[in-house]
Design a protein around this ligand. Structure first.
Ligand code: NAP
Ligand code: F7E
Length: 323
């Protein structure tokens, strides 16, 4: 039986990846930080699976990392933990950068010092492109990157560090440059989930207004369940590499809003207000990814695209809030 360690297991991607690996017969060791309230909602459905183990750890905790690597001797290690909210990274830059950049450095150092280092996956991000000019068919692995937030700067540092460790120490370390991916388990303050949740609550008479920021920003939105499979595929490849994971479609926040509100038969004019507090000091105006390399070399393709994604997120929020 293979063992995989996943950091950030309580997050959106951590929960989908755990389910996926458990279904493939892995033993999954999920690392979570201590919180004052229980935050295992996303892993509750497989919490009792005998092959699923939770351990405490934090991105700044080097000692526990060495102990856990020794205890479980994993074949695969997925680093998904991060303060992942771009807007919040302007408010708490030091915390964000310490976790995303130095946290990753700590993990890579521990891994390269193992007798038999696990294969390693790093959660890189399309935010690393920032406001660099976008080619008509989308950003590729080789496109210029000009990150536009503390979060994105730290992710680019980490992205470069993974390549540096791969080349310097011959470890199997890959980075997935994942474009925005969403699901009913998406954090409630990211724009897609904020919209689907508010639409469901308005429909059910629990809320009257939804306050949003910049509706003109464009994103390449995919489905988290599809994207975690790409992470696993990267670690099964004979050689490590970097891969863009995206749908190849881009839409404005306004289009996402319209799609959901039309589906719910709600009026945007009546319920939506623009609020300056949700604008960012530096916006990333357009993200569009070209995942040709992942398709050709890994055989990966997204299954769920924009229209189905908006409907599935709204429907699940509606059902859960109603009950
Ligand atoms: P998420 O839902 O925000 O989950 C982040 C996870 O990291 C949570 O489990 C969180 O724990 C944990 N975490 C945060 N700070 C930590 C710390 N100091 N020590 C230990 N754990 C910590 O993020 P996601 O959407 O699943 O994304 C997974 C990864 O992919 C992140 O690295 C993100 O930056 C990156 N990424 C995401 C996207 C996307 O569109 N979703 C795109 C590209 C890259 P709590 O549950 O306790 O908060
Ligand atoms: O914003 C605009 C906002 O916070 C998307 C993270 O997973 O994906 C995510 O980062 C767009 C931005 O995601 C609101 O200005 C308008 O242009 O949902 P978001 P993000 O910043 O793209 C990348 C790939 C990651 O790596 C990150 O970890 O929507 N927007 N009004 C709003 N955004 C929010 N959050 N809230 C609003 O009210």
């Amino acid at each position: 039986m293979k063992t995989a360690i996943i950091t950030g297991v309580t997050g959106q991607d951590g929960s989908y990846l755990s389910e996926f690996l458990l279904s493939k017969g892995y033993r999954v060791v999920g690392l979570k930080r201590r919180t004052s309230l229980i935050n295992t909602d996303r892993v509750d459905s497989f919490y009792d699976d005998p092959n699923f183990i939770l351990e405490y750890w934090d991105l700044n905790d080097v000692g526990s990392l060495y102990r856990l690597l020794k205890k479980y001797n994993p074949q695969e290690f997925y680093n998904l933990a991060a303060q992942s909210h771009v807007r919040v990274s302007f408010d708490i830059p030091e915390h964000t950068v310490d976790g995303v950049a130095l946290g990753l450095l700590r993990i890579l150092e521990a891994i390269r010092n193992q007798d038999d280092p696990p294969r390693f996956y790093q959660a890189s991000s399309s935010e690393m492109y920032g406001d660099a000019p976008c080619p008509p068919t989308g950003y590729t692995e080789d496109s210029k990157m000009t990150p536009a937030s503390p979060y994105a700067c730290a992710k680019l540092f980490s992205h470069n560090l993974v390549r540096n460790y791969r080349e310097s120490y011959d470890i199997h370390a890959s980075s997935g440059i994942l474009f925005n991916h969403e699901s009913p388990r998406r954090g409630e303050t990211f724009v897609t989930r904020k919209i689907t949740r508010a639409a469901a609550r308005i429909k059910l008479g629990l809320q009257t207004e939804l306050h949003l920021g910049n509706l003109d920003a464009m994103r390449d939105w995919g489905y988290a369940g599809d994207y975690v499979e790409a992470m696993w595929m990267m670690l099964q490849a004979s050689t490590p590499d970097d891969y863009v994971i995206s749908t190849g479609e881009t839409h404005t926040v306004r289009e996402f809003l319209e799609e959901v509100f039309n589906h719910a038969e709600l009026s945007i004019e009546k319920h939506v207000r623009i609020d300056k507090k949700y604008f960012r000091p530096h916006e990333v105006p357009l993200l569009l990814g070209d995942s040709t390399k992942a398709h050709q070399q890994l055989g990966w393709k997204p299954q769920i695209k924009f229209k189905n994604l908006t409907a599935l997120m709204y429907e699940e929020d509606f059902i859960n809030i109603k009950h």
